[in-house]
Ligand binder design. Structure first.
Ligand code: GLV
Ligand code: MN
Ligand code: MN
Length: 404
């Protein structure tokens, strides 16, 4: 599976993946998913929101056990964030069949569309739409950096943008959703465990800061006469770092757009996107409030106009205790990794479709060790042994949930 997935959407220059929603690379990933499903005799379908499903058994029976993740990527993403969950799901089904397990509940593998939000700026679009956490009107207004709207992109890819929207009947068929994911930190590595179970996802969001000044000549405008929004942006970036340290949260400006974007022009507009996360809502509110206050103070002093818009927000997710405890029981019973310790339970600052779905269905997550913790980068890694450990853990969990 890795061999056939590996070249899709890979940049020769960076070695990273550029699998953005509704692009050619995305279409190739989708064909790959369909081929994996059909090779296993699963019924493949794409829902109204562009999420792919591979079914074993009758979905209409309800109380289904579903596993999967996403195949799209951040700009120059790694191979594992998303695909490890999808590949492991198919591999876990193969393992269950090898064991001769008999499914007593309907079972499905999913590929959720546009998890990273790399193209349209909003993460988890497929699962948010299905769960009714993103309105159709909002989704229809989303545009990429080139000005292409989400409906235009969907249409160009052969999908109907007018069909998107809440899909409660489909979600009601799911009794449990389990997402396996590469860990995006080093907790498992530090603890010496190949696999862990998720406890919670930090609240997180994205804010757009528009700094507007005055475009002018870089060679002829006296420093005293400039209204340069780049300076205010730079001061805001430094403030974000400081405030994150003070609050004990995270604040990152990782994306920027500059107008007119000329090397010899003072910018008229600097647009920066803040990604901020914290362990609890109060800390996150305090942190983002402080960054915005600092930006406004600097903007006022420099004669820069500032608009701040919250583009997305995901509240804290505490995964269902009953499902999590069931998973821990299954994994601890076999001690499949021979660590002699109970499987560790860890929180994460990363967003996931499982977090979005958790408001509608019982969800849980498994994490696979990442020896460096590096993620959202071509250097993201998991060893083959740990990937196999993840597959076996997922197979054990699915067997416990879905098989007799
Ligand atoms: C998704 O990976 C996110 O946490 O931004
Ligand atoms: Mn990611
Ligand atoms: Mn992911």
């Amino acid at each position: 599976m890795w061999r056939s997935l590996r070249p899709i959407g890979r940049s020769g220059a960076s070695g990273g993946y550029r699998r953005y929603a509704w692009t050619g690379a995305d279409a190739e990933c989708r064909l790959w998913f369909q081929a994996q499903a059909e090779a296993r005799g699963l019924d493949h379908e794409v829902d109204r929101n562009g999420n792919q499903w591979a079914w074993l058994g009758d979905p209409l029976r309800g109380d289904a056990v579903v596993t999967g993740s996403h195949l799209d990527s951040v700009p120059d993403g790694g191979a594992f964030d998303g695909p490890l969950g999808v590949v492991s799901s198919f591999a876990a089904l193969d393992e269950l069949r090898r064991r001769g397990a008999v499914f007593t509940r309907p079972f499905a593998i999913t590929n959720f569309g546009d998890e990273e939000g790399a193209r349209f700026g909003l993460a988890c679009v497929g699962s948010r739409l299905a769960a009714g956490q993103l309105t159709v009107e909002h989704a229809h207004r989303l545009r990429d950096g080139e000005g292409v709207s989400l409906p235009q992109a969907m249409e160009a890819a052969g999908y109907d943008p007018d069909a998107i929207g809440p899909d409660p009947e489909r979600l009601a068929r799911i009794g449990a959703f389990v997402e396996l994911h590469v860990e995006q930190g080093r907790a498992l590595d530090i603890g010496g465990d190949p696999v862990g179970v998720a406890s919670a996802i930090w609240p997180h969001g994205r804010w757009r800061f528009d700094f507007r000044g005055e475009a002018n000549h870089a060679g002829t405008t006296r420093l005293a006469d400039r209204r340069d929004p780049m300076l205010t942006y730079a001061e805001t970036v430094l403030a974000a770092r400081r405030e994150a340290e003070l609050a004990g949260g995270l604040a990152t400006f990782g994306k920027i757009a500059v107008e007119p974007n000329g090397v010899n022009a003072i910018p008229s507009l600097v647009r920066g996107w803040l990604d901020s996360r914290a362990a609890d809502q109060d800390t996150l509110d305090t942190l983002v409030g402080a960054v915005e206050r600092a930006a406004r103070e600097h903007a006022e002093k420099a004669g820069i106009a500032l608009d701040v818009v919250r583009e997305s927000f995901t509240p804290v997710v505490e995964f269902r205790h009953a499902l999590r405890d069931e998973i821990r029981r299954v994994l601890d019973a076999g001690d499949p990794h021979g660590t002699g310790r109970p499987v560790p339970v860890l929180g994460t600052g990363a967003g996931h479709d499982a977090g979005i779905l958790s408001a509608s269905v019982p969800t849980a997550m498994l994490f696979v060790r990442n020896p460096t913790g590096v993620s959202h980068s071509p250097a993201e890694h998991a060893t083959e042994d740990d990937c196999v450990a993840g597959v076996l853990a997922l197979a054990d969990v699915l067997e416990g949930l879905a098989c007799s």
